[in-house]
Design a protein around this ligand. Structure first.
Ligand SMILES: C=C1C[C@]23C[C@@]1(O)CC[C@H]2[C@@]12CCC[C@@](C)(C(=O)O1)[C@H]2[C@@H]3C(=O)O
Ligand SMILES: O=C(O)CCC(=O)C(=O)O
Ligand SMILES: [Fe+2]
Length: 470
């Protein structure tokens, strides 16, 4: 039976059953090759008898109609070897379906037809799929798929300029930080007190995590409406192309994730993550305090951010582990698309492979340009996030940054996003607003701002700007 969707006239097909009547499960991993966003009508090729055929040629297809439910999509479509090639979604998003086949490896990545729509729009229910679907087995791809080829990589020149490096033990550290935050929105710190062994252990835990089979990692997949777990970064839904990276977000205890990833030995991962979290939280407190002092606040005024050395009880943190595999065509691939973080500050461990670039705005002497932040053994990168931009009434700039990839080496990074605790609002510090002026931004909680970022991406900050009377 061939079911034709009322409005788009595409066949909707159930996946084949295994012998014995058991449903074959489907791997969402190759969905990226056909996925084109919420309003898309995907009509692609399928593999049949070792040949790619157009979907409208239904002669080889064994069609059974199906409208999978949300839970259906997230649970039973995950498996070991078969590869999924077709997703059909109606413009009303009420009908969607999938077709599975198990191609030989050599045929795993079919060319997409040039007429395929490539637009993506706002996140929708489709992101249930998106989050679980785009898990390319990077190591087995020898040619960059079109789905991962970015047209906009060379928007600005890439130049080399000395990104500030600040020793936290330097008596002038706060002063240097103020300068770096005003003109760069980022700097590297040394003398931070985080033991090299802890950095080594987080590095090796990340490599152990990302080396797991995709199937295993998907057991800890981030739910579409959740924060924690294996999956795409939320901003992925704003881009027509996929990033050359994978990642894992941990908010709160890592234990549930670790049990899914390593059922027989979750402790090694948990111990490393928990130790790292504690150290990052303490360091974030010290950094924020110095940054606030550098803005001219007194010790009493910065008390809320925690005293130096102590665990600041009231900062929240989310850890994101990233992996950027070696890429067959790095000049056309994007590790992580240009963005600013929502945090107060992000502390980044970037291993020994370069890739992070910060955007320096145009000035009298130079046009806007990408500047690589070179890995410095033992150093950590500090990135000013939007919430600090708000807190400082725009004096410290949240910085747009991105990650480029390379041909020969996997790169891992651990980003610790630090923000205020749940329910606490961030608004411009009165002392920085200036007499007779209104604050440049309205107050927001981190949760509210993360919501704005998910919805509006790079327009989020502008939407909380307060118009100034001239
Ligand atoms: C707390 C968080 C910040 C973040 C969203 C997240 O829940 C975890 C991932 C973070 C990240 C990393 C890449 C860029 C970014 C904009 C995104 O989409 O996911 C940031 C988010 C953010 O800072 O808003
Ligand atoms: O991997 C990196 O160097 C940066 C990652 C990043 O920007 C992020 O996770 O927000
Ligand atoms: Fe970032």
């Amino acid at each position: 039976m061939l079911f034709r969707d009322r409005s788009i006239n595409v066949p909707v097909i159930n996946y084949p059953k295994r012998k014995g009547g058991k449903k074959r499960k489907i791997n969402m991993q190759s969905l990226s090759h056909v996925w084109r966003g919420p309003q898309i009508h995907v009509i692609q090729q399928i593999l049949s008898e070792s040949k790619w055929i157009a979907v409208d040629d239904t002669t080889h297809i064994q069609p059974i109609s199906l409208t999978p439910s949300r839970s259906h999509l997230s649970s039973s479509y995950i498996t070991s070897t078969p590869v999924l090639y077709l997703l059909v979604e109606s413009p009303t998003a009420s009908t969607r379906s999938a077709l599975a086949e198990t191609p030989p490896r050599s045929l795993a990545f079919p060319p997409l037809s040039p007429s395929s729509p490539t637009t993506r729009s706002m996140p929708s229910l489709s992101d249930v799929l998106l989050d679980q679907a785009h898990h390319l087995e990077f190591e087995s791809v020898h040619e960059l798929p079109e789905s991962h080829a970015w047209p906009t990589l060379h928007d600005h020149p890439c130049v080399s300029e000395p990104v500030p490096v600040i020793d936290m033990a330097d008596p002038k550290a706060a002063e240097f930080m103020a300068r770096a935050c005003v003109s760069w929105g980022a700097f590297q710190v040394t003398g931070h007190g985080v033991a090299p062994r802890l950095l080594e252990s987080i590095d090796s835990e990340m490599r152990r995590l990302f080396a797991l089979p995709t199937q295993q990692k998907l057991k800890a997949a981030r739910p579409a409406d959740g924060v924690s777990g294996y999956g795409l970064v939320p901003i992925s839904s704003f881009f027509a192309k996929l990033m050359w990276s994978e990642g894992f977000t941990i908010a709160g205890s890592p234990l549930d994730h670790a049990r899914k990833l390593w059922p027989h030995d979750p402790d090694q991962f948990c111990d490393a993550i928990e130790r790292y979290d504690r150290e990052m939280k303490a360091l974030a407190g010290r950094l924020i305090r110095l940054m606030l002092l550098s803005l001219g606040l007194s010790d009493e005024e910065v008390e809320w951010a925690g005293q130096g050395g102590e665990l600041p009880p009231d900062l929240a943190g989310v850890l994101r582990l990233n992996s950027y595999p070696a890429c067959p065509d790095p000049d056309r691939a994007m590790g992580m698309a240009a963005h600013a973080d929502s945090s107060l500050v992000t502390i980044l461990y970037q291993s020994s492979t370069s890739g992070l670039q910060v955007l320096r705005a145009e000035d009298q002497n130079s046009p806007a340009r990408w500047v690589t932040v070179p890995p410095l053994p033992g150093a950590l990168v500090v990135i000013v996030g939007d919430l600090f931009h708000i807190l400082s009434n725009g004096r410290f700039k949240s910085v747009v940054h991105r990650v480029v990839v390379n041909r020969s080496q996997q790169r891992v990074s651990a980003a610790y996003f630090c923000g205020p605790p749940a329910g606490v609002t961030v608004s411009p510090i009165e002392k920085l607003v200036g007499p007779g002026r209104a604050p440049a931004y309205r107050a927001v909680t981190w949760a509210e701002y993360l919501g704005l970022k998910r919805e509006l991406f790079d327009k989020a900050l502008a939407t909380i700007e307060v118009p100034q009377e001239s």
